[in-house]
Design a protein around this ligand. Structure first.
Ligand SMILES: Nc1ncnc2c1ncn2[C@@H]1O[C@H](COP(=O)(O)OP(=O)(O)OP(=O)(O)O)[C@@H](O)[C@H]1O
Ligand SMILES: [Mg+2]
Length: 154
């Protein structure tokens, strides 16, 4: 059973969502997709296997893209998926410095796309995220703590 999201009382834009299985992560992606806009930058953090790539895969599907293309950006620094809008997928673990993103034309690419950055904490505030996701392993599966932009009530 998927538990309803629990809003943090101290922060109206933050919420804690229980994700007992991958289907729940897919449901979260479908729920958030209509609230995402080109130019949004999603910081995805949490330990290995916590569900960052899985969330991106279901987000691409929810945006009408081909989810089968989505994998961790291990061999290339940056993936682009042709969803609506497109999704730019980066694993910050692979970057040697935040400046590498600029060298890839990241800002230009993101203007017309949603950027999803795994291990975003590695590049600090250089990403200027509009959404923050902290995925975690919990006894019941996974949990995501989500911070949405001001004015967005997903
Ligand atoms: N509730 C859940 N949400 C997402 N994935 C889940 C869940 N429960 C189990 N899984 C499984 O856990 C794995 C998550 O792997 P994923 O590649 O998404 O992690 P990651 O956070 O991207 O790790 P890494 O930091 O190594 O890139 C997948 O095999 C997925 O099927
Ligand atoms: Mg991953």
């Amino acid at each position: 059973m998927t538990l309803p999201p629990v809003p943090f009382p101290d922060h109206a834009r933050s919420m804690l969502v229980d994700l007992p299985d991958e289907a729940a992560t897919a449901g979260l992606a479908r729920r958030l997709a209509p609230h995402l806009r080109a130019g949004d930058r999603l910081a995805l953090d949490g330990p290995m296997g916590a569900g960052k790539t899985t969330f991106v895969r279901h987000l691409v599907a929810a945006l009408g893209g081909d989810a089968t293309c989505v994998s961790s950006p291990t061999y290339t620094l940056l993936h682009r998926y042709e969803s609506h809008p497109p999704v730019i997928h980066v694993d910050a673990c692979r970057l040697h410095s935040p400046g590498q993103l600029a060298a890839l034309g990241f800002d230009e690419l993101c203007a017309e796309a949603i950027a999803a950055i795994e291990w975003a904490e590695r590049i600090g505030e250089a990403l200027a995220p509009t959404w923050r996701f902290a995925f975690a392993h919990v006894a019941t599966g996974r949990q995501a703590r989500i911070e949405a932009p001001a004015g967005v009530q997903p």
